[in-house]
Design a protein around this ligand. Structure first.
Ligand code: 5AD
Length: 444
C-alpha cells in the first residue's frame, strides 16, 4: 500500500500552482495523493500570509488535519510559514515547517521523518541572489486549464504588503524553459494556460538578456495547440504600449485583465506606495478599452487602510463604480507586522472595515451583473470545463446534459451538450443571465 498524502492550499494562484507541482513530486516519490477530506498519512498545508484572516484560516486547516488523523505527519509550507515559522511551530501539531524555498526537498524530508530520522529544517530570509526555483509542471488530471508559474518575488514594497518578505526578490523562469513547459502543456491536451507570478508584469526583467512580458507573450502565443493564454494580476504601471499592442494583436490572450486598484482615493494610494493616481488608472482603462472592446477588467480593493475617512471611502465607491469592473476582490486592510502601514496612525476600527467591506462587496456584485448583462444575445466562445451532475441539468435538457465553461473574458456559461465536448472550445449564443453564470445554446 502506498502512503497517502493530502493537500490543502490557501491563497493565490501561485500557491495553487506550487501545490500541484508538489503533488507531482510526491507521486514521483511513490505516494498516493488523496482528497484532503480523506484519512491520509501525510497532510501538506500550503499557507498564505497576505492578511490575518488568511493566517487564521491556515491555522484552522492545520488543526483540522491533525484532528482527522492524529498520527499523521503534518507538513506546513508557503508564505505564512516563511514569514512566521514560530507561529506554526507553536501550534504544537506540526512535524515539518518549510517556507517558500526548497520545496522539491519536501517529499524526501517527509520520507525521512516517517522513517524516524532527524530532519534539519530552517527557514532562511531571502537575499538578493535567490534564483528562480523551478517546480516541474504537472498535468492536473481532470482539469482543462493549466497553471504555470513563470515569475516569483516582488520588490515593490507597497506599504501594507508583507509579500516581498514572503517571496523574495524578482526572478523569472528563463524563456526557453517557459516555452518548453508550454509545449508540454499543449501536448497534454490543455487548451488554456494561466500564467502566474507574484509581480507578473515584471516577467523577464532579471533574465539575461532581459525580456519584457509583451515579448514573452508573443512567443508564448506562437506555441501550437495552446488556444488561450490567461494572465493573472498585472499592476497598472506595467502596461506599456507594447504590452497592450501585443494583447490586441494576439486573440489567444484572454480578454480579461486583473489590475489591482487597491483604493479610489489619491492620498490613500500615495500612502500605500502605489505608483499611480486615479486619473492615471482612468486613463489606463481608456487605453485598454479602446484597444480591446468588451474587455473584462477585475480588481483588488482594500478597505480600511490607516487613515481612510468616510469621505475617502465614498470616493472609492464612486471611482469603482465609474471603472465598471467585471468583478471585485475586496480585502479588509490587515496590519502586517514589519510593514510601514502597520505603524501608521489612524488604524480603522474593525466594525467600520466590516461595514465598508460589505458595501464594496455588494457594489462588486452589482457591477458583475451589469457586465454579464451586456453579453445577452451575443455569441461567445466557451471552453467547456465540466459536465454538471444530472440534478443541476433541469428536466428539459436532461437528454443532452449540461456543460459549463468559461469565455475568454471570464464569464461562466452553461449550455446543453454532451460530455465529449469537455476540453473543447465552442461558440455559444448567450440567452439569459442566471446570476452567477449565463446560459445559452451551442452554435457549433
Ligand atoms: N491587508 C489587506 N489586504 C491586503 N492585500 C495585500 N496586503 C494586504 C493587507 N495587509 C491584498 C491586496 C492585494 C491582494 C492580493 O491582497 O489587495 O492585491
Amino acid at each position: 500500500m502506498p502512503l497517502k498524502v493530502a493537500f490543502h492550499t490557501l491563497g493565490c494562484k501561485v500557491n495553487y500552482y506550487e501545490s500541484e507541482a508538489l503533488k507531482g513530486e510526491f507521486r514521483r516519490a511513490g505516494f498516493e495523493v488523496v482528497d484532503f477530506e480523506e484519512p491520509a498519512d501525510v497532510y501538506v498545508i500550503n499557507t498564505c500570509t497576505v492578511t490575518h484572516l488568511a493566517e487564521r484560516k491556515s491555522r484552522q486547516i492545520i488543526r483540522r488535519a491533525k484532528r482527522r488523523n492524529p498520527s499523521a505527519l503534518v507538513a506546513v509550507t508557503g508564505c505564512y510559514a516563511q514569514v512566521s515559522p514560530e507561529d506554526i511551530s507553536s501550534l504544537g501539531q506540526v512535524d515539518l515547517v518549510t517556507g517558500t524555498a526548497g520545496r522539491l526537498a519536501i517529499p524526501e524530508m517527509v520520507r525521512k521523518k516517517l522513517a524516524g530520522e532527524d530532519v534539519l529544517t530552517g527557514i532562511d530570509a531571502y537575499g538578493k541572489e535567490a534564483a528562480f526555483e523551478e517546480l516541474p509542471w504537472v498535468g492536473e488530471g481532470e482539469r482543462t486549464r493549466a497553471f504555470l508559474k513563470i515569475q516569483d518575488g516582488c520588490r515593490q514594497f507597497c506599504t501594507y504588503c508583507i509579500i516581498p518578505r514572503a517571496r523574495g526578490p524578482l526572478r523569472s523562469l528563463p524563456l526557453q524553459k517557459a516555452l518548453e513547459y508550454l509545449q508540454e502543456i499543449s501536448r497534454s491536451g490543455y487548451k488554456e494556460v494561466v500564467l502566474t507570478g507574484i509581480h507578473l508584469g515584471l516577467y523577464g526583467i532579471d533574465l539575461q538578456p532581459p525580456l519584457d512580458l509583451g515579448s514573452f507573450l508573443e512567443r508564448a502565443a506562437a506555441v501550437e495547440g495552446i488556444e488561450r493564454l490567461r494572465l493573472s494580476s498585472i499592476e497598472p504601471w506595467d502596461f506599456g504600449d507594447k504590452l497592450i499592442e501585443v494583447i490586441k494583436e494576439n486573440k489567444k490572450i484572454c480578454r480579461h485583465l486583473h489590475i489591482p486598484l487597491q483604493s479610489g482615493d489619491d492620498r490613500i494610494l500615495k500612502e500605500m506606495g502605489r505608483l499611480y493616481d486615479t486619473s492615471f488608472y482612468r486613463g489606463l482603462l481608456k487605453r485598454l478599452r479602446d484597444a480591446l472592446p468588451d474587455l473584462a477588467v477585475s480588481t483588488d480593493i482594500m478597505v480600511g487602510f490607516p487613515g481612510e475617512s468616510e469621505e475617502q471611502f465614498r470616493r472609492g465607491i464612486d471611482f469603482v463604480r465609474e471603472c465598471a469592473f467585471s468583478r471585485l476582490h475586496v480585502f479588509k486592510y490587515s496590519p502586517r507586522s514589519g510593514t510601514k502601514a502597520a505603524a501608521m496612525a489612524g488604524q480603522v476600527r474593525p466594525e467600520i472595515k466590516e461595514a465598508r467591506s460589505r458595501e464594496m462587496i455588494s457594489l462588486g456584485k452589482e457591477l458583475a451583473g451589469n457586465y454579464q448583462e451586456k453579453f445577452i444575445g451575443r455569441r461567445l466562445e466557451v471552453l467547456f470545463e465540466k459536465v454538471l451532475p444530472a440534478e443541476n441539468s433541469g428536466g428539459k435538457v436532461a437528454a443532452e446534459g449540461l456543460l459549463e465553461g468559461l469565455t475568454s473574458n471570464y464569464l461562466r456559461v452553461r449550455a446543453p451538450g454532451l460530455g465529449n465536448l469537455r476540453g473543447q472550445i465552442r461558440e455559444v449564443l448567450i440567452k439569459k443571465n442566471a446570476g452567477d453564470y449565463l446560459t445559452g445554446v451551442r452554435l457549433a
